[in-house]
Design a protein around this ligand. Structure first.
Ligand code: DAH
Length: 349
């Protein structure tokens, strides 16, 4: 029996030593010390021993149990410690690694330019209006003094939806819509930014969809000099206070007289260079005094009221301001292009 106990001790201790995990240790405990374990069954045979032998064997058995229990406890602790260390090792953070920068979005360059121009005009007392991109033939053309068959319609190749519905070719219809809304009896001072559409083939300077900002000021005694002062203020605040403007006679059906505005070339300061096609000037926008027909159709008495209007292209303005050579950059969503302008006015940091 003593030998049996000794064998159990040896076997159990060596198994405990070799155990790899807590589950194995638990199994060993059950195998040797459990109710049906080998030590327990040896102890059950103690009844057959003599009175003298019993306490001796009993003591040895207790020692064996104690030895195995201690060994299991120690091993359990060692395994738990090892598991904890492995876990810590795995989860180790290298606080010296550079962080991943968060991806911060920002407004599109055209949005920033439009907002900058809006702010400027709001500061001059204008309100910001909107109009539909799907427009009626009436507002897009007729109310702008281009009746059906008018040759000027051909200058704006149009996406028609039906005979009477189209994608607006310019933001000018919002002039008529706003004047109608004001009912002919009140001054109007508004700008309208928005998308416009033309049946153009896309290339570096043309896009079938682009943006415009319309401006309209109608009141008693509005004069051409008011238009000139307003546009001069606009040009200097968007392009720089050293820029000059000039107005050239032009033609638009909805203004009379009509003008085109140029700004002095930043590169050559008027001497002529490749940027300004050797003229010293760069064309920026069209405008003029609102045609009496346009006023009358919108319900304004053209004997009492006069007004000026202008239309500009934020795409072109952004291209000139930032030296962008292809209008398609605005619409092809290449992040390498777009993110360069996130610091612009109104942009995220
Ligand atoms: N609507 C014109 C265009 O798209 C631009 C324009 C010119 C608007 C003169 C105006 C204006 O309000 O007075 O080409």
């Amino acid at each position: 029996m003593k030998e049996q106990l000794e064998t159990i001790r040896r076997e159990a201790l060596s198994k405990v030593k070799e155990a790899h995990d807590l589950k194995e240790l638990q199994d060993i405990k059950v195998t040797y010390l459990g109710k049906k374990g080998s030590l327990t069954s040896v102890l059950r045979g103690m009844g057959k021993l003599s009175k003298e032998e019993r306490p001796v064997v009993g003591e040895i058995a207790n020692k064996v149990r104690e030895a195995i229990t201690n060994e299991i406890d120690e091993k359990t602790e060692a395994l738990e410690q090892a598991a904890l260390e492995a876990k810590l090792e795995n989860e180790a953070l290298d606080v010296t690694l550079p962080g991943r920068p968060p991806q911060v979005g920002g407004p599109h360059l055209l949005t920033s330019i439009i907002e900058e121009i809006e702010d400027l005009f709001i500061g001059m007392g204008y309100e910001v209006k909107e109009g539909p991109e799907v427009e009626t033939d009436y507002f897009n053309f007729e109310a702008m003094n281009m009746p059906k068959g008018h040759p000027a319609r051909d200058m704006q190749d149009t996406f028609y939806i039906t005979n009477e519905l189209l994608l607006r070719t310019h933001t000018s219809p919002v002039q008529a819509r706003t004047m109608q809304q004001y009912g002919g009896g009140q001054p109007v001072k508004m700008i309208c930014p928005g998308k416009v559409y033309r049946r153009d083939t896309d290339d570096a300077t043309h896009s079938h969809q682009f943006t415009q900002i319309e401006g309209l000021y109608v009141d008693k005694n509005v004069r051409m000099s008011d238009l000139k002062g307003t546009l001069d203020n606009f040009a200097k605040s968007i392009f720089g206070s050293d820029r000059e403007i000039r107005l050239r006679p032009s033609f638009f059906p909805f203004t009379e007289p009509s003008v085109e505005m140029d700004i002095s070339c930043k590169v050559c300061k008027g001497d002529g260079c490749s940027v300004c096609k050797h003229s010293g000037w760069i064309e920026i926008l069209g405008g003029g005094m609102v045609h009496p027909n346009v006023l009358e159709m919108a319900g304004y008495d053209s004997e009492k009221y006069t007004g000026f209007a202008f239309g500009m292209g934020p795409d072109r303005i952004a291209m000139l301001k930032y030296g962008i050579d292809d209008i398609r950059h605005f619409y092809t969503n290449d992040m390498r292009f777009l993110t360069q302008f996130h610091h612009e006015k109104g942009g995220a940091q």
